[in-house]
Structure formats: C-alpha cells, structure tokens
Design a protein around this ligand. Structure first.
Ligand SMILES: [Fe+2]
Length: 239
C-alpha cells in the first residue's frame, strides 16, 4: 500500500503523523509515501527537520515538485538530502510497489511569485510525456489538475482562469489511465470520466489517500492540528 499525500508546505512532521495514523489507527501496511508536490523543498525546512530536530521520514519518500519549492537551489537540495527523499522528475515514468506512475510536477503559469522559473509545465514537458507508450503507466500523478474535469476555482484566484494545465487533455487521450491523482488546489475532488478516476487531494494536514497494488484508491480524512505560523513562513520556510 502506498500513502499519497500533497501540499506539505514544509511541515514534514505531518507526513509522519499521517503515516502513523494509517499504520496504527487504520492497521494498514504502508510501504512508501508519494507526495504530489509542494513538499516545501527550502533549505530552512530541511535543516530544521533533518538536522536541528534530527528527525527522519518513517517510510521511503518519493515526490514530484509543486510550485512552492526553492527552484533556485532545487537540484542541490535534492542531492544533499537524497538519503531522505527521492525526486521524480517531470515526464518520467516510475515504478513503485507494483504501480507504474507517469509523473508531471509543477503547475500551469500563474504569476512570477506563484510559478517561479522551472516550476511551470511547458509544452516540451507534455511532449516528453507523450513519448512513453500508454502501457507504461496506469496512474498519472501531477501537482496541478487536468483542465476541463470540473475542479472548482478557489475563491480569490478566479483571475487566473479555470483550473488545469494546457496539454493535459492530450495526456489523458494518450494514456487513458485508470487513475489521475493531483494536489495544488487544496481541496478534495473525486470524479470518474470514462475509464479514469480523478482524485484531488487537500493539504497534507487534512488527509491523504491510500493506493493499493490493484490501483484501488481510498481518500482518508484525518485532520492534524497545526501550530499557527504566518503564511509566508509556511510557504517559503526561512525566507
Ligand atoms: Fe501548489
């Protein structure tokens, strides 16, 4: 069983709390955790958790990038902390616990602060996804949602237009995946269209999903109390 979680925004301890809930309260055998972006790869977050607090993730962690990571030092930080986390790059296919994933981190362009350089999903990323044969992946994981599936806009963000990234329709048509999982929009979303079940996840402290080797997906609501922190600290760590 894989635990799927999204939008951690540097609160790494939440991942372990959700893993413990799945194992101890629900009695699930969790092999690994996959984060659907906005893990919060900023050096201050990483130093605090791994070095100052001497913590570790209690299961192997794999992640795609979101739009709120330190993209100016992303590769350096991922390499530095590679014992603790593994990045799955844009347009790559990855196999874990018997599941084949097509990975596409990042987000469609919003503005310079919300979509820093290297976080934006580009046409070349879509093309690189389409190079893979449909048989290579049954599950698509993205940070942003596909367009046109009915994810409602977040109040206050209407300016950016309807949610979803361009080119997602081509990926859908090519792969016809069993599952498409995403985060970014900070809300639960479930819809089946033709042969694909779409699931959107909220912030990590509101719950997670459980993905079985038979590609069954179960959303789990589990609220974790948060200590108050100003939003800029949550999003940008020690900036
Ligand atoms: Fe995001």
């Amino acid at each position: 069983m894989i635990l799927i979680i999204s939008d951690v925004h540097g609160r790494f301890g939440v991942i372990n709390e959700q893993l413990e809930y799945a194992a101890k309260v629900m009695g699930e055998n969790i092999e690994a955790v996959v984060v659907l972006g906005d893990l919060g790869i900023f050096e201050s977050n990483l130093k605090k958790f791994f070095e100052r607090e001497r913590q570790k993730f209690i299961k192997p962690l794999y992640f795609i990038e979101g739009n709120h990571e330190d993209f100016s030092r992303f590769d350096v930080l991922v390499k530095k902390y590679s014992e603790n986390l593994t990045h799955w790059g844009k347009s790559s296919v990855q196999k874990l616990a018997g599941v084949n994933f097509l990975c596409l981190g990042g987000a469609r362009y919003m503005d310079l602060s919300n979509t820093p350089m290297n976080s934006e999903i580009k046409t070349s990323d879509i093309c690189n996804c389409l190079i893979h044969s449909p048989a290579e992946a049954q599950v698509i994981i993205t940070h942003d949602c596909p367009e046109g599936i009915g994810v409602p806009n977040t109040p206050g963000l209407e300016f950016y237009g309807p949610p979803g990234f361009a080119g997602s329709g081509e990926i859908l048509k090519h792969f016809k995946p069993r599952l498409w999982l995403f985060g970014h929009h900070h809300k639960w979303f479930d819809k089946i269209i033709d042969c694909t079940a779409f699931h959107g996840l909220p912030e990590s402290w509101n719950g997670f999903g459980l993905l079985g080797p038979d590609l069954s997906f179960r959303p789990v609501v589990n609220l974790i109390e948060r200590k108050y922190e100003p939003f800029w600290k949550r999003w940008f760590g020690g900036l």
